[in-house]
Design a protein around this ligand. Structure first.
Ligand code: B12
Ligand code: SF4
Ligand code: SF4
Length: 315
């Protein structure tokens, strides 16, 4: 089988069997601007308390430091869009970001990655190496997705795809196979700046980067500061109890979003679209574990979610 046939077989399997919504291939090498931008971002302390982001930036930008034989990166995307429910009228509730409505995407996507990895090993014979990641691995997933033609960097710092807007999860599969690369995506924001003006905390810097320490997503998920010690940014978390979607909700590329076909990501599978403040505040540890087992909402723990109820402003 020549590389073109192999590439096509892998792409077909990714879309038709493994259940990804988009696939694109790029060489396992990024333009030097990515590593430089990541290093400047870290020097500016825009990662805040996300120490893992500051560790070994060279690894994140250079796949051969993770898999020395790496030649290609297969970038994959899963559409997670689902419309939100009406805000509950009777009880105070906080809004959940779309990515966390249903089951934890890491789990959902890991299964798909395993199937794809197995297929690649089967059809390419001995000597083939693969290493796959979703979110938590040392890979600049957005940069590879853009290079592999899945979408382009928006000023809201998300990758925007043609068919699903930015409502996609990304995953990456590194391999020593020489696959046929796609052309980088040519889309752009042009002169639009709607998201920059809509972000309530001025987290977006306008240069395709953000000060994550000001982002509501960071403040409600990653940051552990108690409510009393919060600065001006966190007094603007509005109605968000977990994550934030404002800069995606306003983006014109997201107006034609399609509801996800992946039922595990539906709101009825876990947290849903709004969380009751009373429920969070009256739960004990065991109840929290039980309710949010297998949901991204588990990440800030019960203490973090209680703190988030204190930050809610628009009840
Ligand atoms: C750290 C992190 C966060 C942090 C910081 C976000 C950030 N923008 O860096 C916080 C906690 C705030 C966060 C929030 C969210 N996250 Co997040 N996060 C990550 C993570 C782990 C690393 C991102 C990273 O590398 N940041 C470092 C900075 C330096 O990278 P960057 O901003 O992309 O900068 C690049 C560009 O500036 C580019 N560049 C430099 N110069 C130029 C010039 C031009 C012209 C251009 C075009 C580009 C360009 O180079 C830089 C390096 O590549 C990735 C997973 C992964 N492993 O990649 C998920 C990831 C980015 N997150 C994701 C999601 C879904 C979210 C949220 C939507 C969740 C939510 N609703 O709350 C929000 C979105 C907030 C936002 N507006 O971005 C998805 C994004 C999918 C997509 N369509 O792009 C990812 C890819 C996870 C996944 N596997 O699906 N996240
Ligand atoms: S997710 Fe919310 S707080 Fe973060 S950059 Fe976008 S609009 Fe701003
Ligand atoms: S709102 Fe406008 S500037 Fe922001 S990401 Fe979308 S197209 Fe780009």
């Amino acid at each position: 089988m020549n590389s073109l046939e192999l590439t096509q077989k892998i792409k077909n399997f990714a879309l038709e069997e493994a259940g990804f919504d988009l696939v694109g291939i790029s060489p396992a090498k990024l333009a030097a601007t990515h590593e430089a931008a990541l290093k400047t971002w870290i020097q500016n302390n825009f990662h805040g308390s996300m120490d893992y982001m500051a560790r070994d930036p060279e690894r994140r930008a250079n796949p051969e430091k993770v898999l020395p034989s790496a030649r290609s990166v297969i970038s994959l995307a899963v559409n997670y869009f689902h419309p939100e429910d009406e805000k509950p009228e009777k009880t105070p509730a906080g809004k959940v970001a779309k990515y966390a409505y249903g089951k934890d995407y890491h789990k959902v996507i890991e299964k798909k990655l395993k199937r794809l990895s197995r297929f690649i090993m089967e059809i390419s014979g001995s000597g083939v190496e693969v290493k796959s990641y979703v979110d938590t691995g040392p890979v600049l997933e957005k940069a590879f997705a853009a290079q592999g033609g899945l979408g382009f960097f928006g000023k809201n710092t998300n990758i925007i795809t043609r068919n699903y807007g930015s409502w996609v999860f990304l995953a990456s599969l590194l391999t020593n196979l020489e696959l046929v690369a796609d052309e980088p995506h040519t889309g752009s924001c042009g002169s639009c700046r709607i998201c920059l003006d809509a972000c309530p905390t001025e987290a977006l810097l306008g240069n395709y980067q953000m000060d994550a320490t000001k982002c509501i997503s960071y403040l409600t998920i990653e940051d552990k500061t108690p409510a009393v010690a919060h600065n001006h940014a966190s007094s603007k978390t509005g109605e968000w109890i977990f994550g934030c979607d404002i800069c995606q909700d306003v983006c014109p590329y997201n107006f034609r979003a399609k509801t996800t076909r992946h039922a595990e990501l539906y709101p009825d599978k876990k947290a849903g679209t709004w969380l009751s403040v009373e429920k969070i505040n009256s739960m004990n540890q065991e109840e929290f574990q039980e309710s949010f087992q297998g949901s991204p909402v588990k990440r800030p723990k019960l203490t973090g979610m209680r703190r988030n109820t204190e930050l809610l402003k628009s009840l």
